[in-house]
Design a protein. Structure first.
Length: 341
């Protein structure tokens, strides 16, 4: 089954074709990063307009690179939640038009769920159950993935997501947008032990995250007349974030008895996070799965892969499919949540 996936939730116009949920036939992404960099973040109105300009071009390229025609598309999957409302509307409108014209099934996909399924595209052995950390610009969530469509939310951020903290602290340090790659590059020559920064472990809710205190500590360091060098501060900040992400993920995997760990989302492209998470999982005897960097950031292949598994479960949407800018991934609270505190 060839599923065409469309992703326009933020500032990437992305279309891909994936066969049978695992094999990427094409994966085309038109990024607006350079255009938004001058503003230090994504401008929703600009993002929506660029999606309108790019969607047909990217769609044609994706089909050409897959060496397929419209008649070879068996289903259309599209991100319809969460994201920037105007941006989502462009992708959903295009997906509806395609599904109607081709008379093929349409399925709406949750963006965070799709990040999890990116692991299925490059790891044939990836399977459920698993403990999973999804860490991106807008989300930092820990899940127990029990089976396809059966997810237990273990914890999430109380304030800034990790990616937001990277962007905001990069701006404080005078580094470029997006902040994740800029801080990672600056940290390469810094000493993470040169600056003492806090870690929020949050007693009582051990799987929740908070990065606001860390962000405030970085601001105070920058404003201090004896402020550290940017490489040292970047290295210390990155290590503080990674310490918490890795520590809580391994704690969660142990608590739920997960036999493997998934890492996903844009911040999962961070080399230090991947290195530390791999070392911790190796020590715990747990297989770790994370996508290559190109599949960590927003892309259409993860949407198409997720769509395939939804279709296999018999889930199909109709042309009333709506866009939902802030809907969380449907997940149960753990029945024994009290035992984790």
């Amino acid at each position: 089954m060839n599923v065409l996936g469309i992703e326009t939730s933020c500032d990437e116009t992305a279309v891909a074709v994936v066969a049978d949920g695992r094999r990427v036939l094409s994966n085309v992404v038109a990024s607006q990063m350079a255009e938004h960099a001058r503003y230090g973040g994504v401008v929703p109105e600009i993002a929506s307009r660029r999606h309108v300009e790019q969607i047909n071009v990217v769609l044609e390229r994706a089909l050409a690179e897959a060496d397929l025609g419209f008649g070879d598309v068996d289903a259309v999957a599209v991100t319809n939640r969460p994201g920037l409302l105007g941006a989502l509307l462009v992708g959903v409108t295009a997906a509806k038009a395609l599904a109607l014209a081709l008379d093929v099934p349409l399925v709406g996909i949750h963006h965070i769920e799709a990040h999890l399924y990116a692991n299925f595209l490059t790891h044939p052995e990836a399977a459920f159950p698993a403990a999973a950390l999804v860490v991106s610009g807008g989300h930092t969530d820990l899940f127990h993935l029990k089976d396809h469509g059966d997810y237990v939310l273990l914890g999430r951020t109380r304030d800034d997501a990790a990616g937001e903290a990277f962007d905001k602290c990069a701006r404080l340090m005078g580094l470029s947008y997006p902040g994740g790659p800029a801080i990672e590059e600056a940290a390469r020559t810094g000493d993470p032990k040169a600056v003492a920064l806090p870690r929020a472990w949050l007693e009582g809710t051990p799987f929740d995250f908070s990065f606001s205190g860390l962000k405030t500590a970085v601001r105070r360091r920058v404003q201090n007349e004896n402020s550290p060098t940017v490489p040292d501060l970047a290295a210390a900040f990155q290590e503080a974030v990674v310490d918490v992400l890795v520590g809580k993920t391994l704690q969660a995997a142990k608590a739920v008895g997960a036999p493997r760990v998934f890492l996903a989302g844009g911040v999962a492209a961070n080399g230090r996070l991947r290195e530390r998470m791999q070392a911790a999982c190796d020590q715990a005897g747990l297989p770790l799965f994370f996508p290559p960097p190109a599949l960590c950031t927003d892309n259409g292949a993860m949407i198409a892969a997720t769509g395939y598994f939804h279709l296999q479960a018999g889930r199909v949407d109709d042309l009333s499919l709506d866009t939902l800018p802030s809907e969380p991934l449907a997940a149960r609270a753990p029945a024994d949540a009290a035992s984790f505190s």
